[in-house]
Design a protein around this ligand. Structure first.
Ligand code: FCB
Length: 469
């Protein structure tokens, strides 16, 4: 167990030696260049061009133009002093038809990026799927259909064959909750379907794709390779201790957390969830042996944490387009905590609680926070600087919570901030800014915010001063 200072010591808080400090991004959110070098449309191109789907009417056509400006972005990361960079590969850039040989131009782009990172001493961390499904595969049925899990494993296999010599860290999926339930049940993410059962099927095929991909990669790996996936997780608590609220909390915890954690870490779906969903599905899309693929050992678990949930039992099934399939009666309540500009509650203790739970209840593999961060209404000042004290306070609080968890026995290996720079924030488009670096989308000018300068000090000292800013 790494040693660190006690949380209430007057000494600086130091993280374990070699701790990973990074920034995270995703292909569709930053790359732009959607129609060059053989890239085919993804579900997000189609969705973001559908009127009414993106709050500010923007789309990912330009985003951060990272496809062309990546050397500048790698230089920005070097200034931050990070030793890791988490990014995703665009499946439609690499395999435009969703099957068959890889597209050389797409592969070249990622190979150059990887080399550029390595030259700067930054370890590349690849996510194979951060939601930009080739539209051609959605047209063939999308994630609710089993075949796509095999397509995904084939794509993973081909990419690993080409980049596996230079990339050690591989995660299959980012947030199957969002890809499956926001995309197919709630319809607020691409492909925008409102089909609750398709959402549950999509989740299973995403997880199966994860398992089949690891089946393909593992035999060709070396001891340096680290495989896993990223889940978004949130502590859930009942608004009161009434039996009904406690049960509502159990049901939401099952759909938000255990639907993913249990298959991946325990090799089974939660019994209570199967019962809750009995009126809707018999889970007959799960075939013998699937859970062995899904539940195979992983080397790391990526955790994306933003906020906790507080829930209350409601009357009648009033929420229809909800990701919480079968739980359209449950109300989500504000707890009175301060929120970010996105309206997300700020609760560093929730991160501590989550990391402790994973360690205690799941004997989780080494943990990495693969995303944590906050959106604020940042804009450059008259002097050209971007002052974002709220983001600094947010990150500082969460770093301290992570440090406390390490102190209390959690094997946490690294921490990625969402995000390196402002980017196309899915259904919020260009209106929601999570970056350490400000981006003016019209000029593509990048300006490190105060939080970027602050984070550079954190990475260099591998820790924080004893007192919060
Ligand atoms: C997560 C996504 C990431 C980003 C953050 C704010 O759910 O993985 O792409 O949008 O939320």
């Amino acid at each position: 167990m790494p040693t660190s200072d006690s949380p209430d010591s007057t000494l600086d808080l130091t993280f374990p030696e070699g701790f990973g400090w990074g920034t995270a991004t995703a292909s569709y959110q930053i790359e732009g260049a959607v129609d060059v070098d053989g890239r085919s449309p993804s579900v997000w191109d189609v969705f973001s061009h559908t009127p009414g789907m993106i709050t500010d009417g923007s789309n990912g056509d330009r985003a951060d133009d990272h496809y062309r400006r990546w050397p500048e972005d790698v230089a920005l990361m070097a200034d931050l002093g990070v030793n890791f960079y988490r990014f995703s590969l665009a499946w439609p850039r690499l395999q435009p038809d969703g099957r068959g040989d890889l597209n050389a131009a797409g592969l070249d782009f990622y190979a150059r990026l990887v080399d550029g990172l390595l030259e700067r001493g930054i370890t590349p961390w690849v996510t194979l799927y951060h939601w930009d499904l080739p539209q051609v595969l959605e047209e063939a049925g999308g994630w609710p259909e089993r075949d796509i899990a095999y397509r995904f494993a084939d794509y993973a296999d081909r990419v690993f064959a080409r980049l596996g010599d230079r990339v050690s860290y591989w995660t299959t999926l980012n947030e199957p909750y969002c890809a499956g339930l926001l995309g197919y049940a709630a319809g607020v993410h691409a492909p925008g379907r409102h089909e609750p059962i398709s959402g549950i099927r999509a989740v299973h095929h995403l997880l199966l794709g994860h398992g089949l991909a690891l089946d393909a990669l593992r035999p060709r790996s070396t001891p340096d390779h680290q495989f896993g996936l990223t889940l978004n997780l949130s502590p859930v608590s009942p608004a009161t201790d009434s039996e009904a609220d406690v049960d509502a909390s159990r049901r939401i915890d099952a759909l938000a957390n255990r639907l993913f954690l249990d298959p991946v870490l325990l090799g089974r779906y939660p019994d209570d969830l199967i019962q809750d969903l009995e009126p809707l599905t018999s889970f007959d899309h799960v075939r013998d042996g699937d859970l062995e693929h899904i539940g195979q050992p992983i080397d790391l678990l990526g955790v994306n944490y933003y906020m906790p949930f507080r829930v209350k039992a409601g009357a009648g099934h009033k929420y229809h387009n909800t990701p919480y399939v079968g739980a359209g009666d449950v109300d989500f309540q504000a707890s009175g905590r301060p929120t970010t500009a996105r309206g997300w509650e700020i609760d560093p203790d929730g991160l501590y609680e989550l990391l402790m739970r994973l360690t205690r209840d799941y004997q989780a593999p080494p943990l990495w926070i693969t995303e944590n961060g906050a959106a604020y209404h940042d804009r450059p000042d008259g002097d050209g600087a971007v002052h974002d004290p709220d983001r600094i306070a947010y990150l500082d609080g969460h770093f301290r919570a992570a440090h406390r968890a390490i102190h209390d026995g959690v094997d946490l290996r690294g921490y990625f901030i969402w995000s390196l720079m402002d980017n196309f924030e899915w259904s919020y488009g260009e209106s929601s800014r999570f970056g350490l670096v400000h981006v003016d989308y019209d000029t593509q000018r990048r300006t490190p915010k105060d939080s970027a300068h602050w984070f550079a000090q954190v990475t260099r000292r591998n820790g924080l001063p004893a007192t919060a800013p």
